[in-house]
Design a protein around this ligand. Structure first.
Ligand code: KIV
Length: 271
């Protein structure tokens, strides 16, 4: 736990217990210390140092330019402001292109203060998930829309609408759990697919644009604050500043709405 607070540390076992109790958990991106302390004050369970920093901090039009050095820098800033939240760090584009690179770069993130690492991919990352889990590094597998593959996918489209693709995603999610993935993050998938995956897996599942049935929800902090650089925010985004008088109030509302099952609502869900 950070030396900044006596707040109880959120661990993987905390998240598993919350899942067992049917209690929703919250996750938010952060890239710096002060905002992290506000996020922790609101009671956010997981802080994600996401490679979305390439877009919302650096102003790029994708996450691809983010380097390991940059991710580690922002992770260190977040660690300094943390008060007991679980810190998940993204593995940047190509930082896990080979098993050896994945091993070395995940180690760097853990040594900089991460509690888990997030890797985009399906079946092909199973071996790495297993290798890292065996060595004490919990991984969250990021499936559905995987922004690092934007050039292959061709755009920010909802994934898994086609029944064959749905089956493939479910199979891959199951094999990742079997390989040792500690968590799964689903991005931009139809609600029906999320529900099928929730039925098959027992690890905690976090969603963004994946409907309301996941164990946890994640948002990019800039979207929550209504300062996204996108002309038209995606359907799943809710601007929590609209009904709040301060950033802290908006963060508190996000936490209470996720916990109460108010956010995401139908209007934020793909069917
Ligand atoms: O990098 C990020 O912020 C993410 C979220 C969109 C889940 O991966």
């Amino acid at each position: 736990m950070s030396s900044h607070s006596d707040k109880k540390q959120v661990t993987l076992s905390t998240l598993k217990k919350m899942k067992e109790r049917g209690e929703k958990f919250t996750c938010l991106t952060s890239y710096e210390s002060t905002m992290t302390s506000k996020i922790c004050e609101a009671g956010v369970d997981v802080v994600l140092v996401g490679d979305s920093l390439g877009m919302v901090i650096q102003g790029h039009d994708s996450t691809l330019p983010v380097t390991m050095d940059q991710l580690v820098y922002h992770l260190e800033c977040v660690v300094n402001g943390n008060q007991g939240s679980h810190i998940m760090a993204d593995m940047p584009f190509m930082s896990y292109a080979t098993d050896d690179m994945g091993f070395e770069n995940a180690t760097r993130l853990m040594q900089a203060g991460a509690n888990s690492v997030k890797i985009e991919g399906g079946e092909w990352i199973s071996k790495m998930a297993s290798m890292l889990a065996d060595r004490g590094i919990p991984i969250c597998a990021h499936m559905g829309l995987t922004p690092q593959a934007i050039n292959r996918i061709g755009g920010n489209f909802v994934q898994g609408r086609d029944p064959n693709k749905q089956d493939l995603i479910i199979e891959e999610a199951m094999s990742l759990e079997k390989a040792g993935a500690a968590m799964l993050l689903l991005e931009c998938v139809p609600d029906s697919l999320t529900k099928q995956i929730m039925n098959e897996l027992s690890i905690p599942i976090i969603g963004i644009g994946a409907g309301s049935s996941t164990d946890g929800q994640v948002m990019v902090i800039h979207d929550l604050l209504g300062i996204s650089c996108l002309e038209k925010p995606p359907k799943f985004v809710k601007n929590f500043m609209n009904d709040s008088n301060s950033i802290q109030e908006a963060l508190n509302s996000y936490v209470s709405e996720v916990k109460a099952g108010i956010y995401p609502a139908e209007e934020h869900t793909f069917f």
